[in-house]
Design a protein around this ligand. Structure first.
Ligand SMILES: [Zn+2]
Ligand SMILES: [Zn+2]
Length: 241
């Protein structure tokens, strides 16, 4: 068994609320001087920067789980991970088409920046607004994700845009995990009946990328091993992150 330092749930320059410095270059600078060896990228409602980040991260030996953080019609944030980037992009295109707000003012709401493999800005994505909600419900996003090889879990469940914060009670959906942010939230989630947990940095700024949010004990850094670790209780939190 190996132990991996993980930094899960991170945003890039594509997310309108993320810092404009969250480029592949900055990721590589920070991660290469940290103990982290496995990360996920989960921009809001899109995965369009995934190939560029993966290309750069490969150079420094960091493994990437491709993902997306969907905002449902109930304004609940749900994270979905995929085995392959190709599948993640396919899912992302479906979600982008369901976003309610098409046009927006980047000056007011933040830039959605597309980067290439060299970390250079290619374009500003002008539509749709990635901070928008999808017209799909939590249940519809859940069902859609099941058509893909995916891992699905609600993000920061007790915080703004979290499942419990927004809806008050858990849903009858068998999520692969729930994301909690500290020991108290972990206990609260256990009392609600949740049994599998994941811990993410939810990085929007470079400083938040420096420290692992959890340690995984598994054979290798693959999607299947991550899923196995979630179900075997092998994902251990690192507080605070
Ligand atoms: Zn979120
Ligand atoms: Zn997030």
């Amino acid at each position: 068994m190996n132990k991996y330092n993980c930094c899960f749930h991170n945003h890039t320059v594509l997310s309108p609320c993320a810092d404009i410095t969250m480029t592949p270059e900055i990721y590589n600078d920070i991660l290469s001087s940290s103990s982290i060896d496995w990360i996920s990228i989960t921009d809001h409602n899109s995965a369009e920067n995934m190939y560029s980040f993966n290309f750069q991260l490969n150079k420094i030996g960091i493994k990437l789980i491709p993902g997306i953080e969907v905002q449902t019609s109930e304004e609940v944030h749900i994270i979905i991970y995929f085995k392959y980037i190709k599948e993640c992009i396919k899912f992302s295109k479906i979600i982008e088409n369901t976003l309610i707000i098409k046009n927006y003012d980047p000056e007011k709401l933040g830039y959605q920046i597309l980067v290439d493999e060299k970390s250079e800005f290619i374009d500003i994505k002008s539509s749709p607004y990635l901070g928008s909600s999808s017209n799909l419900t939590v249940e519809e996003v859940y069902n859609l994700s099941k058509k893909f090889k995916s891992i699905i879990y609600p993000a920061h469940i007790f915080r703004a845009f979290g499942l419990i914060y927004q809806l008050g009670l858990p849903l009858e959906l068998d999520f692969d995990a729930v994301e909690v942010k500290n020991e108290d939230e972990l206990i609260k989630a256990q009392k609600l009946g949740y049994k599998r947990f994941i811990y993410g940095n939810d990085s929007h700024f470079p400083d938040q990328l420096k420290n692992p949010s959890c340690i995984l004990e598994c054979e290798s850094r693959t999607f299947d091993e991550l899923k196995k670790s979630l179900y075997n209780g092998k994902v251990k939190p690192v507080w605070p992150h």
